[in-house]
Design a protein around this ligand. Structure first.
Ligand code: FES
Length: 162
């Protein structure tokens, strides 16, 4: 959970989302909230709770039940590494190890300090013929080795001036 403050524009956008939905439509409200912020900030959850008169623990119960919802901001580039069967067999875990090491991510950390990259393990991306594969934002990369994967990230870092 993060305590980042939300600004006045974001707050009015959130109130608009809430007003356009029924109380029973909590999941669509949370989905749209996450689109605005990139995650569900604590203050947004509190506003939703107050406006819909739903207890805050119940809202957090829904947020934590569904893996689509995030309680922390993600990096600019989200690297989804496939750990489905085909990718697992072809070395997905060595990709994960190499990427984590390259990005200096400690155990349990998902996002780099500079907020440029987040990593996620996901199930089959539907491109098993390209195993092992990963997606960076909307771009799919396949037939990867640890070196190819870290080169992709290094290229993004160069483009971002890191
Ligand atoms: S198992 Fe990785 S793309 Fe299908």
């Amino acid at each position: 959970m993060t305590t980042e403050k939300i600004d006045a524009n974001q707050k009015s956008e959130l109130l608009g989302i809430i007003q356009n939905h029924e109380k029973r439509e909590l999941i669509p409200i949370l989905q749209k909230t996450q689109k605005v912020f990139g995650f569900i900030p604590q203050e947004a959850a509190e506003i939703i709770s107050k406006e819909l008169n739903i207890a805050l623990p119940m809202i957090y119960g829904v947020i934590t039940f569904y893996s689509q919802f995030k309680l922390k901001p993600s990096g600019k580039y989200i690297i989804k590494i496939c750990v489905g069967t085909a990718c697992h067999v072809k070395g997905a875990s060595s990709l994960i190890d190499a990427i984590k090491e390259f990005l200096s991510l400690e155990e349990g950390e998902e996002t780099t300090q500079d907020m440029l990259f987040s990593i996620e393990a996901v199930s089959c991306l539907g491109t098993c013929g390209l195993a092992p594969a990963l997606v960076i934002n909307d771009d799919v990369y396949g037939l990867l080795t640890p070196e190819k994967a870290t080169n992709l990230i290094a290229e993004i870092q160069r483009n971002e001036g890191v």
